[in-house]
Design a protein around this ligand. Structure first.
Ligand SMILES: *Cc1c(COP(=O)(O)O)cnc(C)c1O
Length: 394
């Protein structure tokens, strides 16, 4: 492990690397389901926990462990477990910790599948759940008057880029006895460190910026060593949401350039947000680093940048939004995000279709809202694509 005082760009290239006895430069890819023991005594000691040795790739693999070490160093977390997808990470973080009779409070503006876990899955197992408007501290205060086991939130949120006051919510949650789980996908580990603001657990979809090249699914859960080893690891080990070593190897390579990609895409996102804000056909732009974002000051106090996503509301609702999307040539229509390719989403008819019109209205997701995930193309080309499409859609 490198010196923990190294800065993020250095950690992204070196942290977690464990060379084999061949002294390879790049991280080795260990495509093996199991491991052999020198003798029966070593096998016994490994299972008894008195010797450290890889046993079976469902619960540990050298390539996967390198990724976990690198993510933990970057996040400033004591420990990390990676999973086969972001949803496996969220599911494991929650289900490993809660039991029947517990209470979970979540911010309403959650990724669709996270919303389903809280609204539909957890209640099946006797867990009481409730949603609050994440930006409203009075609602958190009210909801956290009762003993609570876990809090789940996402900031900035998808797709309205609403920002939640992490330090304030963590204080209220801790007073209620809850652990705070932050889905930090939109901010990335580089632009926001929830553990430093009081959160207990951070989850990622590594599918997004960490791979960043649209290749594989992956997830990560980070927290204290005690929680990861005693609460999360038994759940992961026995239920098997394991990340494949091959995907871990790709994610390790993705991490090496994360700071370059996030900085470049964020700078272009800021340019695009300013361009969109000046267009008469755009009723509203949401970008945390712009002074007109409703929670701009809070966003800039807890984030180191505005991020790679820009949302906007097109005047003229769904017909105008669809005309604009269909006129884009370079920016492609997709529900994914955090890719090197710029992508546009119409949340009301795709990612947020299933939550229903009343919930969309509560979240402010009108039929004119578009979410743009800004990639690594030249910003001038992206702005020209948007300008041409806006003219065509008018
Ligand atoms: C994509 C995403 C997830 C789910 O991750 P998968 O890798 O698709 O399973 C969870 N939360 C947020 C905010 C996401 O963007």
């Amino acid at each position: 492990m490198p010196d923990p005082t190294y800065r993020p760009a250095t950690l992204l290239v070196h942290a977690g690397t464990a060379r084999s006895n061949f002294d390879e430069t790049a991280e080795a890819l260990f495509l093996t389901s199991g491991f052999v023991y020198a003798n029966a005594e070593q096998a016994e000691a490994t299972f008894a926990g008195t010797a450290r040795h890889f046993q079976y790739s469902r619960f540990g693999n050298p390539t996967v462990a390198m990724l976990e070490g690198r993510l933990a160093a970057l996040e400033g977390a004591e420990a990390c477990r990676v999973t086969a997808s972001g949803m496996a990470a969220v599911h494991a973080a929650l289900l490993a910790h809660v039991r029947a009779g517990d209470r979970v409070v979540a911010a309403r503006a959650l990724f669709g599948s996270c919303h389903w876990i809280v609204s539909t899955l957890l209640p099946r197992y006797g867990i009481e759940t409730m949603f609050v408007d994440g930006a409203d501290l009075d609602q958190w205060r009210e909801a956290l008057r009762q003993p609570t086991r876990m809090v789940l939130l996402e900031t900035p949120s998808n797709p309205m880029l609403e920002v939640i006051d992490l330090a304030a919510v963590c204080r209220l949650a801790h007073d209620a006895g809850a652990l705070v789980v932050v889905d930090n996908v939109f901010a990335t580990p580089l632009l926001q460190q929830p553990l430093r603001l009081g959160a207990d657990i951070v989850v990622y979809s590594c599918t997004k910026h960490i791979d960043g090249q649209g290749r594989v699914l992956g997830g990560a859960v980070l927290g204290s060593r005690a929680w990861v080893e005693e609460t999360l690891q038994p759940f992961v080990r026995n239920t098997g949401p394991t990340l494949s070593a091959f995907n871990a190897w790709l994610l390790l390579k993705g991490l090496e350039t994360l700071h370059l990609r996030v900085a470049a895409a964020s700078a272009t996102a800021a340019r695009i947000a300013d361009f969109l804000a000046a267009q008469p056909a755009v009723a509203r732009v949401l970008y945390p680093a712009r002074a007109d974002h409703p929670q701009h000051r809070l966003a800039m106090a807890q984030m180191a940048g505005g991020g790679t996503l820009v949302s906007c509301e097109i005047a003229g609702g769904k017909p105008a939004a669809f005309r604009l999307m269909n006129a884009l040539r370079l920016i492609r229509i997709s529900n994914n995000l955090g890719d090197s390719k710029s992508l546009v989403t119409h949340p009301a008819t795709t990612t947020h279709l299933r939550i229903g019109a009343p919930e969309r209205a509560r979240l402010g997701i009108t039929d004119g809202v578009l979410r743009l995930s800004v990639g690594l193309e030249d910003g001038g080309d992206l702005i020209e694509d948007l300008a041409t499409a806006l003219r065509a859609a008018a």
